[in-house]
Design a binder for this molecule. Structure first.
Ligand SMILES: NC(=O)c1ccc[n+]([C@@H]2O[C@H](COP(=O)([O-])OP(=O)(O)OC[C@H]3O[C@@H](n4cnc5c(N)ncnc54)[C@H](O)[C@@H]3O)[C@@H](O)[C@H]2O)c1
Length: 262
């Protein structure tokens, strides 16, 4: 049987990058997916590529009404929601050390990277309970596992995601809900690749070959195995969303080649 057969996932930020790759993998494995995305062009294109198994619902994860309505619309369309993948997020280039950062970055980043997942759970968990249980996959980052990142707001937001995920795990297992988080290192989503002059339209194998090139400036002790591609992280999300990870709850899975281990 397909690994996500009969499941309905609500994936925020599924218009690009890791969210879009996860949507694709989930559908390949039998799921239906609500593409909960702010950008209309990206969201509709991503959902269209999923055929009947995809539904785009314009969603702003910073806005409580928008999140609540999007979940309700997805549940109406597909009959239920049993999986939340809270992927919308990302650091911005204006993020800085605490003494230097503009507080506008705090407002944007905490809202997007921490409150977004909070709101999705706030209004999504009821749907998971109605469905008889389910899985939550949150997105933290390697920056929350090591204090080396110069953007302190993003670091604080992603650290919050870890504690929040553990709290979810401890509270909702009684409802048959597991909550876990993924901590990627550098992943070549379009957003990140555009900062690094990498062609994300190239075949994935070519991107991986480039990432593994020893002459690549990113392959070093701090970036074992170079950088990832969205499909690498989607594979972890698929595992955590599927029943194969039945005994995994409250975990943070680093997906950064081992960078945080030493
Ligand atoms: N790419 C990396 O290197 C990396 C590393 C560690 C963690 N992460 C985390 O993984 C997740 C996905 O990252 P990515 O690089 O694939 O991102 P991405 O920028 O490729 O995709 C994020 C998507 O979220 C959408 N979005 C932005 N604001 C939104 C909002 N308010 N409501 C709904 N959707 C919104 C964007 O339009 C975009 O389609 C993020 O949480 C990010 O912090 C990424």
């Amino acid at each position: 049987m397909a690994r996500m057969s009969g499941k309905v996932a609500f994936i925020t930020g599924a218009g690009s990058g890791i969210g879009r790759a996860s949507a694709r993998r989930f559908v390949e494995e039998g799921a239906k997916v609500v593409v909960a995305e702010l950008d209309v062009d990206k969201g509709s294109a991503s959902a269209e590529a999923l055929g009947d198994a995809g539904l785009f619902v314009r969603t702003d994860v910073k806005d409580e009404d928008s999140v609540r309505d999007a979940l309700a619309e997805g549940a109406r369309a597909f009959g239920k929601i049993d999986t939340l993948v809270n992927c919308a997020g990302g650091s911005i280039v204006d993020d800085r050390a605490v003494t230097d950062v503009d507080m506008a970055v705090w407002d944007h980043t905490i809202d997007l990277d921490l409150k977004g997942a909070f709101l999705s759970c706030r209004h999504g968990i009821g749907h998971l309970i109605s469905a008889g249980g389910g899985a939550i996959v949150n997105f933290t980052s390697v920056v929350a596992l090591k204090g080396a990142f110069p953007g302190h707001v993003y670091t604080a937001a992603k650290g919050g995601i870890i504690s929040f995920t553990q709290a979810l795990a401890g509270r909702y297992w009684r409802n048959g809900i597991r909550a876990n988080a993924i901590a990627p290192g550098i992943v070549l989503s379009d957003r990140v690749a555009s900062r690094m002059d990498v062609d994300t339209a190239a075949p994935v194998d070519d991107q991986i070959a480039k990432a593994m090139d020893p002459n690549n400036r990113l392959v070093d002790d701090r970036h074992p195995f170079g950088y990832g591609v969205p499909e690498d992280i989607a594979a972890v999300a698929l595992f955590l969303a599927s029943d194969e990870s039945r005994m995994v709850n409250g975990a943070v899975i680093p997906a950064e080649g081992g960078a945080s281990a030493y």
